[in-house]
Design a protein around this ligand. Structure first.
Ligand SMILES: [Ca+2]
Length: 282
């Protein structure tokens, strides 16, 4: 806020209001236990490589042993797709149609199984990594809410539901680990619409794209706070212009680290997967 003219009586009232609001925000920040002195920095990503792919309604993305796995949504159209990376292109290795009654969402691999969330079906699907056939028994626990993103940190499965909470689940039977959930904030302010997730083993951070933006939050699970954002705005805007995609129909919605630690990103109806690099803020 910049004051450009000398304040009159009314201006003094505005000034008092401004300073009292400032004090309130300051106190709110203290009461909220704000760990950082300022909002998290925004870091632009740099394009390393791009890979053409068949566009899908992408909801989940992860690597396992060099293969890129993708789950895509919509009722009657949900799929599990396996992609091989070649020069400039992704080749489809295999596609599995998922049951017509489900709207597939985020996915990851844990306990030797491909685990796939469904949006509002309260169900978790599981597929055998080798045969890609469904694992029917034992049945996992009912998902207590919506399923958006899913990732595995080696101990816990993290689920997003479009709010500012990341829910912790057992990778064995998907039981909810009550009390372990994370309420995500940036400088003490809750940040919701957390969507596709990806755990980064090297840093221990969990990345979550924020629905409605081309920003990806890098979350420290120890403090539940966002430590920086990755900015895909320029990359995504250029892609949308070339392929004439509308923003609402082509949101960023796929994040995956490969075994070397490189980040790959794609989105709903994107005809490309981008491999990007970025400089971590100090
Ligand atoms: Ca992911």
């Amino acid at each position: 806020m910049v004051l450009t003219s000398k304040p009159g009586r009314k201006g003094k009232g505005v000034l008092r209001h401004f300073f009292s609001t400032l004090c309130l925000l300051f106190l709110t920040g203290i009461l909220a236990g704000a760990a950082n002195a300022a909002p998290a920095k925004i870091v632009a990503v740099e394009l390393t490589k791009s890979y053409a792919k068949a566009p899908k309604f992408t909801q989940g993305l992860f690597f396992h042993e060099g293969v890129l796995y993708e789950t895509s949504g919509l009722y009657g159209l949900s799929e599990l797709n396996l992609w091989e990376l070649t020069e400039g292109q992704l080749n489809n290795l295999h596609s599995v149609m998922l049951p017509e009654r489900v709207f597939a969402e985020g996915s990851t691999v844990a306990e030797g199984m491909i685990q796939i969330l469904t949006w509002q079906g309260n169900a978790l699907l599981r597929y055998d990594l080798e045969s890609l056939t469904p694992i029917m028994a034992p049945r996992p626990k009912r998902v207590p809410g919506e399923g958006w993103g899913l990732t595995y940190d080696g101990e816990v499965l993290w689920r997003s539901d479009g709010s500012n909470t990341l829910w912790a689940h057992s990778p064995v039977d998907f039981s909810l680990l009550s009390g372990k959930e994370l309420i995500i904030t940036d400088n003490g302010v809750p940040v919701d619409k957390l969507n596709e997730l990806e755990y980064e083993p090297e840093s221990g951070l969990i990345y979550a794209n924020i629905l409605g933006s081309d920003l990806v939050a890098a979350i420290d699970p120890q403090s539940s706070s966002i430590v920086f954002y990755l900015d895909f705005t320029q990359l995504a805007a250029g892609m949308r212009e070339i392929y004439q995609l509308k923003f609402q129909e082509s949101v960023l919605n796929g994040l995956a680290f490969d075994q070397k630690g490189a980040l790959f990103a794609t989105g709903k109806h994107w005809p490309i997967v981008y491999e990007v690099s970025f400089l971590r803020p100090l």
